[in-house]
Write a protein that binds this ligand. Structure first.
Ligand code: CTP
Ligand code: CA
Length: 226
């Protein structure tokens, strides 16, 4: 079938995949997070493994079972995801950053539970490190694949991220579109490559979307060598 033609591209290749949300702690009982389920990243990990890749999965907290035969690193915060992902970056042939990383974390954290008081509580937030951008700045021979979660002007924003993060391919989705985004089992994606190829996909299961994402990465790699 169509995918078996491509299988060779990933055989024995090291693919670093990040998945799921991050949790940014405020105190022992509270944290900031997002709606990521981890399903898209896990589906890519499974598909890559099925196609013969050596998969390293760096994952935030999810309710999903880790696929068999995959090296997994469990992390909680954006900072931990950064450290674990960078640990494996140099050895990776391909990096796919499906994780929904927090852009901000509380600038102050409490080791004891914060007790309520009269009046409001204002939580200051500071920026986390942009993992993908940092990887783009230190790219040697890795193929870098990012995601772009957008709620408007999807293609413009995705094209900008492709360029500013020094990516090879970006997978864009409109998180407000029916059947797309963080939580469900389906997604509506557009892939855009550094060499100017764009593909719009219809509503797909995340399993199918994962195969097409790998297919587009494989095609891109083949174009580079030819
Ligand atoms: N990303 C990352 N580190 C962060 C934030 C995002 O590595 N601290 C990665 C995500 O894993 C994703 C890509 O960057 O692959 C795009 O994430 P997205 O949230 O769509 O874009 P941002 O660059 O964070 O910009 P914004 O949220 O403002 O749209
Ligand atoms: Ca973001």
């Amino acid at each position: 079938n169509h995918f078996s033609v491509r299988t060779g591209v990933f055989t024995g290749k090291k693919i670093l995949i990040t998945a799921g949300p991050t949790q940014e702690k405020i105190d022992p009982v509270r944290y900031f997070t997002n709606h990521s389920s981890g399903k898209m990243g896990y589906a890519i990990a499974q598909a890559a493994k099925n196609q013969g890749a050596e998969v390293i999965l760096v994952t935030g907290p999810t309710s999903l079972q880790v696929p068999q035969g995959i090296h997994v690193e469990h992390i909680v915060s954006a900072q931990e995801m950064y450290e674990k992902a960078m640990k494996h970056y140099a050895e990776a042939d391909i990096v796919i950053k499906a994780a929904a990383v927090a852009d901000y974390r509380p600038s102050e954290t409490f080791s004891q539970k914060k007790k309520k008081q009269d009046g409001d509580w204002f939580v200051g937030m500071e920026r986390t490190i942009d993992i993908l951008k940092t990887m783009g700045e230190h790219k040697t021979s890795q193929i870098l694949v990012g995601f772009a979660a957008e709620s408007e002007d999807v293609e413009e924003y995705a094209a900008k991220k492709l360029q500013t993060k020094n990516l090879d391919l970006i997978v864009a989705n409109n998180i407000l579109m029916e059947g797309a985004g963080f939580k469900g089992d389906t997604n509506v994606i557009t892939t855009m490559t550094k060499d100017g190829k764009k593909k719009d996909y219809p509503l797909l299961s995340k399993t199918e979307a994962a195969k097409w994402i790998l297919n587009d990465i494989a095609s891109y790699i083949e174009r580079q060598v030819n």
